[in-house]
Write a protein of this length. Structure first.
Length: 346
């Protein structure tokens, strides 16, 4: 058992989401003293309360946009997982100021409240869309990372270690494409693909949780930890699901949605030039220089010779058979396949 969580009080913002549900059960298995779940969705909190049924879990209805709410939720807490966010690319394109209020200003509230209450560590969840962002969601997440780094840079004596983790698409998370494809296939429809050439990283919820735990164990303030991942094309992902559900290998093309890129980037060449490689992770340390850049005029700053980003186009590419094997390992897919077999039998 990981002793770093034993007896601790932990807060999960956005705790009723896919990450929060997985992290909550993992923390309860680690014998924490208390887990606080902060979210604005009282219906999902009630559903979680009945499903989990554990007295160590306390539920806070509120929004990270409100500082006083976050200040109350972080009181006497040791660790904070900051997962609350607006994550849907199209909706953030239509309502970018809402993304600003939640993903940037809300994150600032979490960091400031944690600092004021002497929280030991905060890990904020970011996304590959924050690298070279072209959409409002990615831009707001990029600025969230900057908020965390600026706090670390400007408060070197703070008792609170603040860091970020960055990862790609989490399979079967709420709003991701896999549940949509499954729903379409079960309804007898073809999966709707935006562009068959589009590539995306694939990782499990367990991978994302392990990345956060790695950050808690190893982060210094301002660090960004990046989980390496394999990638696939959207068309191959759709074909793998067609194979799993024994449906014709056909797709319907609908065109690229608002704010989508052909490929995503997990780590830029600029970051990789001074990153540390931990095998499964990259650590990008804080640039802790002050504004007196004249110190660097004569000598300059040495960087490595990395010439390319780590993106979903040059990451290890999964073939359809490998995607099928990866999907079969997901509990949600196994449950769907079991239900499908039962329906066919009946």
């Amino acid at each position: 058992m990981d002793s770093s969580f034993v007896g601790q009080r932990v807060l999960i913002t956005g705790g009723t989401g896919s990450f929060g549900r997985t992290m909550l059960r993992r923390l309860l298995d680690k014998d924490v003293a208390e887990v606080r779940v902060l979210s604005r969705d009282e219906a999902k909190q009630d559903e979680m309360r009945r499903a989990v049924n554990d007295d160590r879990v306390r539920y806070y209805v509120g929004d990270v946009r409100d500082f006083d709410t976050v200040l109350r939720a972080t009181r006497d807490v040791s660790l904070v997982f900051h997962a609350a966010a607006l994550k849907q690319v199209p909706s953030c394109e239509f309502f970018p100021l809402e993304a600003v209020r939640t993903n940037i200003l809300g994150s600032s509230n979490v960091v400031d409240a944690a600092d004021r209450n002497g929280v030991r560590a905060v890990v904020a969840l970011s996304t590959d869309k924050a690298v070279y962002p072209v959409n409002a969601m990615g831009m707001s997440k990029a600025l969230m990372e900057k908020v965390v780094q600026a706090h670390a840079r400007n408060n070197p004596r703070s008792p609170t270690t603040v860091s970020c983790v960055r990862y790609g698409n989490v399979m079967y998370s709420r709003g991701s494409v896999i549940p949509l494809f499954v729903e379409q296939l079960k309804a007898g429809r073809n999966p709707t693909v935006t562009d068959p050439r589009m590539t995306r990283f694939l990782m499990s919820l367990t991978d994302s949780v392990e990345l956060v735990e790695h950050a808690f164990a190893h982060a210094r303030s301002g660090d960004v930890f990046i989980r390496k991942a394999s990638a696939c094309t959207i068309s191959d992902l759709a074909m793998a699901l067609c194979e799993l559900f024994d449906r014709p290998s056909k797709i319907d093309l609908i065109g690229v949605r608002h704010g989508e890129k052909l490929d995503e980037t997990l780590a830029s060449r600029e970051e990789l030039s001074h990153a540390e490689d931990f095998g499964d992770f990259f650590r990008v340390p804080l640039d802790a220089r002050d504004l007196n850049y004249a110190l660097y005029v004569s000598e300059g700053e040495r960087t490595g010779g990395v010439l390319s980003d780590f993106n979903s186009a040059n990451a290890p590419r999964l073939a359809v058979a490998e995607i099928v094997a990866l999907l079969r390992a997901l509990p949600e897919i196994r449950a769907e396949l079991g239900a499908e077999d039962l329906r066919v039998t009946l």
